[in-house]
Design a protein. Structure first.
Length: 132
């Protein structure tokens, strides 16, 4: 049985996915809120997401070898993550995935997990229009 890492093309596939993800973050209008919580240069973020996804998908545990347990929510507490940031991140991920991953089995397995993971990252409530 193949790992999701192998199903998406191994190291080269994960690199393609992550590079496309961050390229989209700079151009998709719906990603503006997500882009705004990142530094001007996305190079470090791209490297960390590649390392994280590598291990998360069943490949080499690059992130944990380098930084320890991911503790994703804790590592992202400095960044305000609400609905707009989550939806922007997911828009980038969905499009990058659709453009770089052709394995339908991998999509069925991974995409729902990514959706849950992204929503789990919320650390602030959105402002409501009616404070009534």
């Amino acid at each position: 049985m193949s790992t999701p890492y192998e199903m998406v093309g191994g190291e080269a596939g994960v690199r393609r996915l992550v590079a496309r993800f961050y390229a989209l973050m700079d151009v998709l209008p719906e990603a503006a809120a997500c882009r705004a919580v990142h530094p001007a240069s996305l190079v470090a973020a791209e490297g960390k997401l590649f390392e994280y996804l590598s291990g998360w998908l069943g490949g080499p545990p690059l992130f944990t070898d380098k930084y320890g347990h991911p503790m994703l929510r804790r590592r992202h507490l400095h960044a305000p993550i609400g609905g707009a940031e989550i939806e922007g991140w997911l828009a980038c991920f969905r499009q990058a995935w659709a453009e770089t991953v052709t394995d339908a089995e991998a999509s069925a397995l991974i995409c729902p997990q990514i959706e849950r993971l992204a929503r789990h990252m919320r650390n602030r409530e959105d402002a409501t229009a009616d404070q009534g």
